[in-house]
Design a binder for this molecule. Structure first.
Ligand code: PMP
Length: 356
């Protein structure tokens, strides 16, 4: 008999996916679309996989209301490849970056190899516990880059600035969690492994106009965005399994009502957890209230109650809570409550916090 104990998966990424996506993916691994073959042992050029690719693109387009003057690409190399691919393609002289934590810093580091980086604001002085909102964007720069949700520090941009230049955003850890005004952005990118699907594919939503602004330097064919746009994300062999499972997960999201419906559920889940933390005499949230993430809830013991740590850890373990250890740069706990995380699991954790 398999272990039937319910595990509540709060992992920051790769992270929980819908049971629907897991079940459909397993079925396709065994018999893909009636071929009698596994989805990972047939040609990506065959009509069965082409349908998966078309459906995945269509689901992204309809879920996020992406207008036709934007391309939807499925690339490889993770969001981390975008950190250098973006400046390599689009940075002529200088670009503006908002520094809100580890992932922004990594993007900044890569961009510096291609030109001048203007850091318009940073919350580094307070260990990135808030999103700066008072800053100006140099309109002579080539683009403005920001990170919508800071997975490690548990902060999230609540309202995107009006950028006078191309706005490019890393949405790796909150894409599909809420509606977004796509027209504000020239490019959005996201590693799949939170709200979209398994690791191995990176979603890029890019305005077609952006191809015209390519910087004057040699860019390898594989790293040009229009290479993949022209080839329908099949210039080379795409990560077929990651795209297939993402397609199923996005289908699940569409079936439950799309991003508006999940936004309400996500807000409820975040409220359940943050109110348990705020009302607890023992814990404190690490992010400033106005910057709190609805995806990654970071909290620590108040110094005078640190002695309760072992008891809390044990209660969590017994209840099947998995993956809440905080990132080493923040410490404490991080509960990641992505789209597929059920409200009941969040309630289990909230009850432990309240009952401590
Ligand atoms: N940006 C953000 C906001 C992330 O959370 C992560 C990874 N968790 C990355 C970028 C890096 O993504 P990848 O591992 O796909 O390169």
């Amino acid at each position: 008999m398999t272990n039937s104990k319910k595990i509540h998966n709060f992992s920051a990424g790769p992270s929980i996916l819908s049971p629907y996506a897991i079940e459909k993916s397993i079925a396709d691994l065994q018999n893909f679309s009636g071929t009698g073959l596994s989805a990972i042992e047939v040609s990506h050029r065959g009509k069965e996989f082409q349908k998966v690719m078309d459906d995945a693109c269509e689901l992204v387009r309809s879920l996020l209301d992406v207008p036709n003057n934007y391309d939807i690409l499925f690339l490889q190399g993770g969001a981390s490849t975008q950190f250098y691919q973006i400046p390599m393609n689009f940075m002529k002289n200088k670009a503006v970056y908002l520094n809100t934590g580890t992932w922004s810093k990594k993007a900044i580091k890569e961009a510096k190899a291609y030109g001048e980086v203007i850091e318009c604001a940073s919350s580094a002085e307070s260990n990135f516990n808030y999103i700066p909102t008072e800053f100006s964007i140099d309109n002579s720069a080539d683009y403005f880059h920001c990170t919508s949700n800071n997975t490690i520090f548990g902060t999230q941009i609540q309202e995107f600035p009006d950028s006078p230049i191309s706005l490019i955003c890393d949405m790796s850890s909150d894409i599909f969690s809420r509606p977004i005004e796509i027209e504000k952005f020239d490019m959005i990118y996201a590693g799949a492994q939170k709200n979209m699907g398994p690791a191995g594919v990176t979603l890029v939503i890019i305005k077609k106009d952006l191809y015209q602004t390519t910087a004057d330097r040699h860019v390898p064919t594989m790293l040009k965005y229009d290479t993949h746009a022209e080839a329908g994300s099949m210039y080379n062999t795409p990560p077929v399994f990651a795209i297939l499972a993402s397609m199923h997960n996005l289908k699940w999201l569409k079936d439950i009502g799309g991003v508006k419906a999940i936004q309400n559920i996500n807000e409820d889940k975040a409220n359940i957890l943050y109110s348990a933390i705020d009302e607890s005499p023992y814990f404190t949230g690490t992010a400033e209230l106005s910057s709190r993430s609805k995806m990654n809830v970071c909290f620590v013991f108040k110094p005078e109650h640190q002695d309760l740590e072992d008891k809390f850890n044990e209660l969590c373990k017994t209840a099947g809570i998995s993956g809440i250890k905080g990132h080493r740069s923040v410490g404490g706990y991080r509960a990641s409550i992505y789209n597929a995380m059920p409200t009941e699991s969040v309630q289990v954790l909230a009850d432990i916090i309240r009952g401590l």
